[in-house]
Design a protein around this ligand. Structure first.
Ligand SMILES: [Zn+2]
Length: 298
């Protein structure tokens, strides 16, 4: 876990304005001893501040690049912190699962550069409004259990995000989760699931990959999203900062969703830091996800 700055409000204060005020304060402190020339200088600086202050704030709002003060909160949203964004007993949509055979299946494995897997297990997960196929590699020790674990996490997604999914692939061995938004799917790995479940992060991993599938195509090219990114001046995680076009929505959405629908679940200093670091993206994604109700089975 990375170091965490709790005092972001201090970090985002514009340096240039603070410097001008301190010059002014210095001048005020010495004004009694001043000769007329220094008094004239004080008046000039005071006028300069009066003129510059609004200009500086305008420049800040326009994204002028001289005060990148806030810092990402964590290296990444899912695995580099102990935050519980989604809890195992959070309600999910009703679902049932049924084995539906096995066979040669398109489920790309980047480690082997293999597009098809022979003898993959198929499971159909049925929700009231949707059916999703989960394909499991035959090298996975307990395919049915893995399919059930993945299905449980998918059931806890916001309904609108789940609806964007067509299938989930679970490969053998280990690897980093990845997705293909055009194909409407994401890929997990057997050993990755073991780790994520042990760390209570499988739901967050599924949320992150599903955000790529469901949210990126809608929002990543939106001018309002782009301008929100520019105004905020920093990123929620280093991963988002490193890949702003690819990872920022998925990284930010997990924080926004949690703060929107489970206020107070994240520690107060984390919520405050999110508000300080990405206020415009918080507002943008909150507006976009306002109608995304947490799922329930009732
Ligand atoms: Zn990602």
């Amino acid at each position: 876990m990375t170091s965490f700055h709790t005092d972001y409000s201090a970090h985002v204060r514009p340096i240039a304005v603070v410097q001008i005020l301190s010059i002014e304060q210095q001048e005020r402190a010495h004004v009694d001893q001043c000769c007329a020339r220094r008094q004239a200088r004080f008046v000039w600086i005071y006028k300069l501040e009066t003129v510059l202050k609004p200009l500086i704030f305008s420049a800040l709002l326009a994204g002028f690049p001289f005060t990148a003060i806030a810092e990402p909160l964590y290296p990444n949203s899912v695995a580099s912190n102990d935050l519980d964004f989604i809890l195992p007993d959070d309600p999910g949509a009703c679902w049932s699962i049924a084995a539906s055979g096995r066979g040669r299946t398109e489920m790309y494995d980047p480690r082997r550069d293999a597009l098809f897997t022979e003898g993959a297990f198929h499971f159909d997960v049925t929700f009231p409004d949707q059916r999703i196929r989960i394909n499991v590699h035959p090298g996975v020790g307990n395919p049915q259990q893995r399919a059930r674990e993945a299905a449980a996490s998918v059931s806890r997604l916001p309904t609108q995000m789940r609806n964007a999914l067509k299938h989930v692939n679970i490969l053998d061995g280990d690897g980093a989760a990845w997705e293909e938004s055009l194909g409407g799917f994401f890929t997990l790995y057997d050993e990755l699931m073991t780790r994520r479940l042990a760390e209570h992060d499988l739901d967050e991993t599924v949320f992150h990959e599903s955000a790529h599938v469901a949210l990126d195509p809608m929002f990543s090219g939106d001018r309002d999203w782009r301008s929100s990114q520019a105004k905020d001046r920093d990123f929620i995680t280093q991963y988002a900062a490193d890949k702003p076009n690819k990872e920022d929505i998925a990284e930010s959405a997990l924080f926004v969703w949690t703060m929107l629908h489970h206020p107070g679940r994240l520690p107060a200093d984390v919520e405050a830091a999110v508000r300080d670091t990405i206020p415009n993206r918080l507002e943008y994604l909150s507006n976009m996800m306002k109608g995304y109700e947490p799922p329930s089975c009732s």
